[in-house]
Design a binder for this molecule. Structure first.
Ligand code: HEC
Length: 469
């Protein structure tokens, strides 16, 4: 008898306890967001159907429901600037959970369910909050999930190794291969930080016949190939800050195309940005988790010699040791001197350095030389172990002399630029010294023809002229 009663009770009580998210939605949300989730009163209110605000991390939508939302918010390309009243006082945790579980799985939305525990935790964490959230606050805490891309059957492969340009992938064996169901290119799919290549392959679904624009940027190198044809390439090494990004057009037909993206990370930061814009489209669609700032290319901040004097740059320079001193001479000749290896390391022509990457976005990364014709003079230390770097001095024209102490004697290494060449003067004090001289391809060293070691005697400086071939 007791059992019977109990079961009667249950059948009575259950419908009220088991919160029907759909019904609760109709009661508490539909007036504003529409029974079909498309926003009531012809879209005056923002939609929940297809809204990235209700996808991904559930915390974002739980917070909106508990405390409301006010101020400007972008939903599916439209900006609203309204007020959603808080619902938290009215709705217990399990009802909020049921409503959001319903919203996240209705009208094509495909996000996971929300538990009463999640709601409870968030409610407790913000018990003192009085005011509604703003979109800005929430996006900082819970960024929107990425939209699905036009890529399907995307597969990424990772190849660890050291290359200075994109390798020939046909000769390589992938360390790991993964399916990327989100259709998004991301270097976070690699377990490595430095020294690896990646390959993405997938089907690229295009909505119409016509001319397509592609934007590619990478740190370091990348290449987009569609149906076996190279479309756009970023080569060499360097930052992904827009300074090396490439845009190309291609005429393509509606339907499925084979997409292939090759990528190389040498060292330092890594990333890839790939965007496309179909015929008539106003904005870029992104195939990567990183996006260029709406196609705006940031202005470079050149670091350059001024008033006919060299400029000194004491910061990390890509391709040099960590204690490299950069010198940009007037006339577009540049030097990086290594205080670690006690020798000139790198020389190049054209622009000296670009400060944008360093100062704006990528505080800790190595900045690459901004110019061209890079010639590596040394990758190692030649001088004896007891040799020490003793700093540098600038002469009245701003030209540097690097000073090295070896026991009781000094080696002075002075540099200046003159009519398209870098002039280096070596002076020794104390006793005679042998100084090895690197002779890389790419430059001629006019004096000391062919010699790889210079004999220095006190009071008899030797001058070397480095001229690009
Ligand atoms: C009185 C009208 C009203 C009610 C009721 C209401 N909302 Fe809102 N909701 C709004 C408005 C207005 C905004 C946009 C606020 C702004 O512009 O800052 C919004 C924004 C949202 C957003 C973020 C933007 C978006 O479209 O994805 C979510 C999520 C949301 N509401 C969910 C709900 C849920 C779930 C309920 C029911 C529990 C609900 N709302 C009840 C008016 C309402």
């Amino acid at each position: 008898m007791i059992l019977r009663l109990f079961s009667v009770c249950i059948s009575f009580v259950l419908p009220a306890l088991a919160q029907d998210g759909g019904q609760l939605f109709t009661l508490y949300c539909a007036a504003c967001h529409g029974a079909d989730g498309n926003g009531a009163t012809g879209g005056a209110f923002p939609p929940l159907a297809g809204s990235p605000w209700v996808g991904g991390d559930p915390d974002r939508s739980v917070k909106v429901v508990l405390h409301g939302l006010h101020g400007p918010v972008d939903v599916l390309g439209k900006t609203y600037n309204l007020e959603m009243p808080p619902q938290g006082a009215m709705l217990p945790d399990d009802q909020v959970a049921a409503i959001l579980t319903f919203v996240r799985s209705s009208w094509g939305n495909q996000a996971g369910s929300v538990t009463a525990d999640t709601v409870k935790t968030i409610r407790a964490a913000h018990a003192d909050r009085k005011e509604a959230w703003t979109a800005g606050e929430l996006l900082k805490l819970h960024p929107l999930p990425l939209e699905r891309t036009a890529l399907t059957h995307l597969i990424s492969s990772v190849y660890p190794g050291k290359w200075d340009r994109l390798p020939d992938f046909s000769t390589l064996k992938a360390e790991s291969v993964e399916e990327e169901h989100d259709g998004i290119l991301s270097v976070t799919d690699s377990p490595h930080k430095d020294s690896y290549a990646m390959l993405w392959q997938g089907d690229f679904q295009l909505p119409a016949d016509g001319e397509y624009n592609f934007l590619l940027d990478a740190d370091d190198a990348a290449r987009l190939i569609i149906d076996g044809e190279l479309i756009v390439e970023v080569s060499g090494s360097g930052p992904m800050d827009g300074s090396r990004s490439q845009q190309k057009k291609a005429t393509l037909s509606k339907g499925s195309h084979k997409l292939r993206v090759e990528y190389l990370e040498i060292s330092g930061f890594e990333g890839i940005t790939l965007g496309w814009r179909g015929p008539g489209a106003k904005s870029w669609s992104w195939l990567s988790d990183q996006k260029a700032a709406s196609g705006t290319i940031r202005e470079p901040i050149p670091i350059e010699p001024a008033n006919g004097r060299p400029v000194i740059y004491r910061n990390f320079i890509a391709g040099t040791t960590s204690r490299a001193i950069g010198v940009g001479f007037p006339g577009g000749l540049n030097l990086a001197y290594s205080a670690d290896h006690l020798t000139p390391e790198l020389i190049w022509t054209g622009a000296f350095m670009d400060g944008t990457a360093k100062w704006l976005e990528r505080g800790t990364d190595n900045n690459p030389p901004a110019g061209e014709n890079l010639v590596t003079l040394a990758k190692e230390r030649f001088l004896p172990k007891e040799a020490r770097f003793r700093g540098y001095k600038l002469d009245k024209d701003g030209n540097p002399t690097f000073s090295i102490q070896i026991g009781g004697q000094f080696l002075l290494d002075s540099w200046r630029a003159e009519s398209g060449a870098l002039i280096r003067k070596l002076t020794v004090t104390g006793s005679a010294l042998e100084v090895p001289i690197a002779r890389p391809a790419g430059v001629t060293i006019e004096e000391a023809a062919g010699k790889s070691v210079i004999q220095l005697s006190p009071g008899q400086p030797v001058t070397l002229t480095y001229r690009w071939k």
